[in-house]
Design a protein around this ligand. Structure first.
Ligand code: UDP
Length: 325
């Protein structure tokens, strides 16, 4: 099989490419390196089954050439990271909506299968204990940039489902919850790489708000298992599935855990959201996936515990820092 991975030089994309190659597939990547980087795929470039194209998915001609050649498209390209969304709202909205439009339009022309990655952000401010795919999206005011990301990804979902309904195009949607692992950068706001790097450098760990907000962090390789299982099940198409983990942790406890596991004497500092993001900011108090749907469909369950995941990330950053010295 030959696959196109949009955003393949990103954190999750690079893990997906690695796995597809390992499973014996041919992999083409298109990435404009806006948030991804060549370093993520450096080890793959010597593989004869791997091709990298440095271009935007908004380049329709390029997308025609690429999509014509493959059997399956994994659409991961998009603007991600809370910090980036707050700093560059126009780019976020445009890349997410136009990019998905191009992918679906060209996929339809050649009748290719598409998996679109979406995000748990689409659940918005719901205060449910865990989030189920068919529940309402509770988005905040348009004056908060954060919700433009949620809204743009919700449009991507609407589009994907519409192409399936109206044209019978095989499209499946994966709503990813907090995903972490090697190669994720803290540059766009993600909490675990930020806390791990700060701990290893002896710098303060900054907890936003009161630190009581909780998240469930899934290890990227478990998430890839879920993505592949969905892509390989024809009966999953035309539907939306949560992928993530269900081990919940409060951000202040996460900071304490990382500090302890790294043996760091960094301070844990609390700062208000306004100070962290430079603007008023709406955060979610908790965010846990309900995994019944994907588990029933393809037998997905996350395998790696939070502690194991943190250890992998700590080891990764330790090694990276040693190499950079
Ligand atoms: N956060 C934090 N300190 C940081 C970065 C993030 O306290 O340096 C908090 C953030 O406000 C959120 C949680 O950690 O409540 C997870 O943030 P992340 O950006 O990783 O993912 P989100 O769930 O917000 O998409």
């Amino acid at each position: 099989m030959r696959a196109l991975v949009t955003g393949g030089a990103g954190f999750i994309g690079s893990h997906l490419c690695e796995r597809l190659l390992k499973d014996g597939h041919r992999v083409d990547v298109i990435d404009d390196l806006s948030t991804g980087c060549l370093e993520n795929i450096y080890s793959l470039t010597s593989n004869k089954n791997f091709t990298f194209v440095n271009d935007t998915i908004l380049n329709r001609m390029m997308m025609y050439t690429l999509i014509d050649k493959v059997d399956m498209i994994y659409h991961l390209a998009g603007a991600v990271g809370v910090q980036l969304i707050v700093d560059e709202p126009v780019r976020t909205i445009e890349t997410n909506i136009r990019g998905t439009e191009v992918v679906l339009e060209v996929a339809l022309k050649f009748r290719k299968k598409v998996l679109i990655t979406s995000t748990s952000e689409v659940y918005g401010k719901s205060e449910n204990e865990s989030f189920k795919e068919d529940q309402d999206c509770v988005l905040g005011a348009t004056t908060y940039s954060r919700w433009s990301y949620a809204c743009s990804k919700a449009i991507d979902e609407f589009l994907g489902l519409a192409y399936h309904r109206q044209y019978n195009l095989p499209v499946v949607l994966a709503r990813l919850f907090n995903t972490v692992g090697e190669r994720q950068t803290g540059q766009y706001g993600m909490v675990i790489p930020r806390f791990v790097q700060a701990s290893l450098l002896g710098e303060p760990l900054t907890v936003y708000g009161d630190g009581k907000q909780t998240r469930c962090f899934a290890y990227v390789r478990d998430v890839i298992d879920g993505l592949l299982a969905l892509a390989n099940d024809p009966t999953a198409y035309g539907n939306v599935y949560n992928i993530g983990a269900t081990e919940e942790v409060a951000i202040e406890n996460l900071a304490a855990m990382i500090k302890e596991m790294t043996g760091s004497n960094s301070q844990i500092q609390y700062i208000p959201y306004e100070q962290a993001y430079g603007k008023p900011f709406d955060d979610m108090v908790r965010r846990m996936p309900n995994l019944e749907k994907i588990s029933k469909k393809v037998g997905y369950t996350p395998k790696t515990s939070l502690k194991e995941t943190l250890q992998i990330i700590i080891d990764y950053f330790r090694k990276k820092m040693e190499n950079e010295l």
